[in-house]
Design a protein around this ligand. Structure first.
Ligand code: C5P
Length: 223
């Protein structure tokens, strides 16, 4: 039996706050499965849009999400979500149509409920894959999905800096609008969970943020 510690790291924060780059770097450094839950909400949204369902058509969305079959495909150190056996292409889930619709879809309790067990199940996927833990990023990981994770972080940055980063990535994304929708919704709103470590990344580069988060992670893993 493997008796080494297994660690869950939760990283929450607004759009373009640095979550993904940080999570990817931590995943590589500590051999943790990287789970980007934003990509899950994006994939569900893409499938709904393909089926011609509007982002605010709650009744139809509720009926559709209940019937989606979700599975996991691991590529490298990252967990991708397949819907009915298909990985939705990155260009589609990161495109303008999904950017504009995803926060409306994610605000629906039925959608969040449909993804809850799947997200928690990533712990079993990581264990079975021989990872030393998982680093999961999103909006409600430290508050709803894994509230008792030993390492919970909340990244934030000035809106102007976040817009600059997203533009640098070449993305067309109204991040302020999404943040407003994500923070003001009733179901699992974007907020720093109680007890989480808040990190302002505005004046820090990726290396510095990764170094800061690495300390408690290394301590928990005993490395
Ligand atoms: O992380 P990313 O910006 O790709 O997430 C896209 C959208 O998915 C967010 O704006 C939010 O509406 C939703 N989301 C969420 N809960 C999560 C992760 C993402 O509601 N845990």
């Amino acid at each position: 039996m493997d008796t080494r510690p297994f660690l869950i790291v939760a990283i929450d924060g607004g759009a373009a706050s640095g979550k993904s780059s940080t999570a990817r770097a931590l995943s590589a450094r500590f051999h943790l499965l990287h789970v980007d839950t934003g990509s899950f909400y994006r994939a569900v949204t893409a499938v709904l849009l393909r089926r011609g369902i509007g982002a605010t058509d709650a009744a139809r969305i509720e009926a559709e999400v209940a019937g989606l079959r979700l599975s996991t495909h691991i590529a490298g150190r990252s967990a991708g979500m397949e819907i009915n056996g298909e990985m939705i292409p990155d260009a589609e889930i990161r495109g303008a149509a999904v950017n504009g619709a995803v926060s409306h879809v994610a605000a629906l309790p039925a959608v969040r409920a449909a993804l809850l067990a799947y997200q928690r199940g990533q712990e079993g996927v990581a264990r079975a894959g021989g990872f030393r833990g998982l680093v999961m990023e999103g909006r409600d990981i430290g508050s709803v999905i894994f509230p008792s994770a030993p390492c919970r972080f909340f990244l934030h940055a000035d809106p102007a800096e976040r817009a600059r980063r997203r533009a640098q990535e070449g993305g067309q994304d109204a991040i302020a609008v999404r943040d407003q929708l994500d923070s003001s919704r009733k179901a699992a709103p974007l907020a720093c969970p109680e007890g989480a470590v808040a990190v302002d990344t505005t004046h820090h580069n990726l290396e510095e943020v990764v170094a800061l988060l690495s300390r408690p992670i290394a301590e928990h893993l005993g490395v």
